[in-house]
Design a protein around this ligand. Structure first.
Ligand code: F6R
Length: 641
């Protein structure tokens, strides 16, 4: 079974149904790239080719453009092509999909601001040719305004190319569930999930506008070519529904199934729920690698509700896995997978001294290891691997926790004010007073003053020390890098710089670890966790020639929201009820992140609840597969570099 994972430059031009692989479940042509960077470059190339082709014909090129995190890299590449390859935009006319309502153009959250910051300020487009719905139109004028927007697109001959992202509601533009097939540009009320997703950049859902102007489904569908971008596991569910589900107004993106020239460009995360990737044996004959066997057999247990060792030939045959039995019988397959799972379980995450380690996840030697736990924010260490952290310390390893970012943005003004006021009471100072003043004068859309950011970072440091001391780690083994990429004072972060990598490589060189733990959170390709992981990968690449690196293993844990699939797990550390409670108390030390968390997403549980449920869930899954029953388990995947 071939999946279309693309390594090199590839053809992303549209192929109609019947002419691309895996059509049994799929109703929209899609191309999957191993990473969103390469994919974005290919899309930018397609746009550039179109612009040049139209230039040669002396014609205008009409582009429909999107905002959001998905197209950022495409715009960066177009800007690079303009600067380095002379790509001109003088024949280009653009129409943006949408804008919040009400919204001032100068507001940093406006799509007007976004488009200028990411594209228009850096290319030679004629400002007259740029069209972005106006978020300042009064309610009486919106109907006429929208009709006119639609007419302008028509007057330019319609859209040659429409770039789209997709919301978790299945919206394209801001066409939320319920949108009609024939809808044109109009005012729409935003779905709650869309507002939740936008909340971080507005510093809270209360500040997210409730309405928007959006091009309609019909406006978008009239484009001669449509490319939709989908990055990261957060989009996997909706991508599956859109590509494989029935056309329905509940998932407006499914309307694209009827378009004659539409391609979805996905990364492996966004494509992970598609049947051809999730359960390829249901699509076609498979090449049965060890990994695929494990994945399929674990899936079969979930489907049948049976343990691994009780699966029968009939279970395999009835569930599309008959060809797996052509070389081995079910008894042998069951034993193989059972043993594989069994060997992932260890109470010795740093390796068990004086024990045969042939089938253990970690090496026995050296018995006492130097360990770095990289924590993107000051709390991911205890949230995601508090139990393992505790065991490593208890088992006498030299553990260092390295907090990569200050996490200052996630402390509320109210919390910061509390500490500034206490500081004033203890020792009145201009500095504390200045901070209090800046909080009382701050509006939500303003960036915090440097002093306020420092105080917020200090609050998170103190909380981190409280947690690491509670686990029994000495302060000298706790390190704060405050990576500069994070220190923008806003949600939008900078790209990684040499300064970030230097801080990372320095600390790794200083500690010379045998084991590194890092957050392998790939759900959000633009989020802080992913950037922190990229910083780990880049640093290890740079340190490749250091002798200690040959002896260093990298273990990835998942952040607060997702867990590894059971078939991916390579080390699973069980926890007793007492250890679960200890982990909970360590998470409690991070008081500024308790109760109403600033960046909660659509999950209203506190972090300790999410962590406990997740760890209990992993233990229950192991139990359901017929392995030992534990209170909770923390899971890791080894990344070979
Ligand atoms: C943006 C737009 C939206 C986004 C969608 C995905 O102009 O119309 O449909 O494309 O919400 O947003 P990101 O890319 O941030 O995940």
């Amino acid at each position: 079974m071939k999946t279309t994972i693309v390594k090199k430059k590839t053809d992303i031009s549209h192929k109609p149904i019947g002419q691309f692989e895996e059509t049994r479940f799929e109703k929209i042509h899609n191309v999957i790239f191993s990473d969103s960077n390469e994919a974005s470059i290919r899309v930018a190339e397609e746009i550039a080719e179109l612009i040049r082709k139209k230039q040669n014909q002396n014609r205008t090129c009409v582009l429909g453009l999107a905002t959001g995190s998905s197209p950022i890299r495409v715009y960066e590449e177009l800007v690079r092509m303009h600067n380095e390859e002379g790509l001109s935009f003088q024949n280009v006319v653009t129409f943006n999909l949408d804008e919040y309502l009400p919204m001032e153009k100068s507001n940093i959250q406006s799509y007007h601001y976004f488009m200028h910051e990411h594209l228009f300020n850096h290319i030679d487009i004629d400002p007259e040719n740029v069209h972005i719905p106006d978020g300042t139109v009064s309610p009486d004028e919106t109907v006429a305004y929208c009709i006119d927007y639609e007419k302008k697109i028509k007057d330019f001959g319609g859209l040659d190319f429409q770039l789209l992202g997709i919301g978790r509601t299945g919206h394209i533009g801001f066409n939320e569930p319920g949108s009609h097939y024939n809808s044109g540009t109009r005012v729409i009320t935003l779905d709650h999930i869309t507002r939740v997703d936008a909340a971080p950049s507005f510093l809270g859902i209360a500040n997210v506008p409730r309405k928007a102007i959006t091009m309609g489904i019909s406006t978008v569908r009239k484009a001669r070519r449509i490319v939709l971008l989908g990055w990261g596991e957060n989009k996997a569910e909706i991508i599956k529904k859109t590509i494989e589900g029935d056309i329905s107004s509940h998932v407006p993106a499914t309307y694209l199934q009827n378009h004659a020239n539409c391609t979805f460009i996905l990364d492996t995360g966004a494509a992970s729920e598609l049947t051809k990737n999730k359960t390829p044996w249901l699509v076609d004959a498979c090449e049965w690698t060890e990994e695929l066997k494990a994945k399929a057999i674990i899936w079969l247990c979930e489907e049948t509700g049976k343990t691994v060792l009780s699966l029968t030939d009939k279970d395999y045959n009835d569930n599309g896995m008959a060809d797996l039995l052509s070389k081995e019988d079910s008894y042998d397959l069951n034993i193989q997978i059972f043993n594989k799972l069994q060997h992932t379980i260890t109470g010795w995450p740093g390796g068990k001294p004086n024990a045969d380690d042939t089938n253990r996840p970690e090496r026995a030697e050296p018995a006492k290891k130097r360990v770095i736990i990289f924590s993107p924010h000051p709390d991911d260490d205890v949230i995601s691997m508090g139990g393992t952290f505790d065991r490593l310390v208890e088992q006498g390893h030299e553990v260092h926790v390295v907090y990569q970012t200050s996490g200052n943005i996630a402390v509320s003004d109210a919390d910061a004010r509390k500490f500034a006021e206490i500081s004033m009471n203890l020792n009145p100072s201009d500095k504390a007073q200045k901070i209090i003043n800046s909080i009382t004068q701050n509006s939500d859309s303003q960036v915090d003053s440097p002093e306020l950011r420092k105080l917020k970072g200090d609050i998170r440091r103190s909380e981190s020390y409280a947690a690491t001391r509670f686990i029994g780690l000495k302060d000298a083994n706790v390190h704060f890098l405050d990576l500069p990429f994070y220190e923008t004072g806003t949600i939008k972060k900078n790209n990684l710089s040499e300064e970030d990598i230097a801080l990372m490589t320095d600390i790794i060189k200083q500690i010379k670890p045998h084991q590194i733990y890092a957050a392998g959170d790939l759900a959000d390709p633009h989020g802080t966790h992913k950037v922190c992981l990229d910083a780990v990968f880049e640093s290890l690449k740079r340190l490749k020639s250091e002798p200690f690196i040959n002896d260093c293993w990298l273990w990835l844990y998942r952040g607060a929201w997702h867990e590894w699939d059971i078939n991916e797990i390579e080390m699973c550390v069980p926890m007793s009820p007492g250890q679960v409670l200890k982990k909970r108390n360590a998470i409690f030390c991070h008081q500024s992140q308790k109760d109403g968390v600033m960046f909660q997403g659509d999950d209203s549980r506190e972090f300790w609840m999410r962590a406990e449920e997740r760890n209990r869930d992993t233990a229950n899954k192991y139990k359901a597969l017929g392995l030992s029953s534990y209170a909770a388990m923390e899971a890791f995947v080894r990344h070979k570099f």
